[in-house]
Design a protein around this ligand. Structure first.
Ligand SMILES: [Ca+2]
Ligand SMILES: [Ca+2]
Length: 193
């Protein structure tokens, strides 16, 4: 009794997570226990992550989208998600305020991680989001949203930029905060995942 278990979350990570998220110590410890149960190695690989998404989206192709989400969560680019990356991701996507969600969305859309979003990056992510929509639901989409290109065009219009321009994080967040229609186009992933 009283001995700290080697499997427990480290003090250092605990302090950092308390600082960077709104989760309490008890919550973080609980998340950690769940995480260790589901993932004894302490790291989630991209394949494991894609498997989780496949379960959430059994009627569609979630692989490309999961690939991009994984990239946006893998802060240190080592090809796995550790507990810290996992919990920060969870915080941003599940309980974050709209602004922090949009900051995360920016990193999702910034495919090459250069700090700007181009129209081709918007098209790439819109295509991966589109693949999440089950085929029989695609038929019911409004005329101006029924292809990835149309959705990308609609989203890009929000920023009032030319096709060869680029969008910085502040412009991205502000543009979407002011536009519920565009917000809806990128929020599909919050409905189920
Ligand atoms: Ca990592
Ligand atoms: Ca970029």
């Amino acid at each position: 009794m009283g001995n700290s278990k080697s499997g427990a979350v480290s003090k250092e990570i605990l302090e950092e997570l308390k600082l960077n998220t709104k989760f309490s110590e008890t919550e973080i410890v609980q998340w950690y226990e769940n995480f260790k149960k589901q993932c004894p190695s302490g790291r989630i690989t991209k394949e494991e992550f894609q498997n989780i998404y496949r379960k959430f989206f059994p009627d569609s192709d979630a692989n490309t989208y999961a690939h991009h989400v994984f990239r946006s969560f893998d802060a240190n680019d080592d090809g796995t998600l550790d507990f810290k990356e996992y919990i920060i991701a969870l915080h941003m996507t599940a309980t974050g305020k709209t602004t922090s969600k949009l900051e995360w969305a920016f990193s999702l859309f910034d495919v090459d991680k250069n700090g700007y979003i181009t129209k081709s990056e918007v098209t790439e992510i819109c295509t991966s989001i589109f693949k999440l929509i089950p085929k029989d639901e695609v038929e019911d989409l409004p005329e101006d949203e029924n292809t990835p290109e149309k959705r990308a065009n609609k989203l890009w219009k929000v920023f009032e930029k030319g096709d060869d321009d680029r969008v910085a994080e502040g412009e991205f967040v502000q543009g979407l905060l002011d536009n519920e229609d565009a917000l809806r186009l990128i929020q599909l992933f919050h409905s189920k995942a």
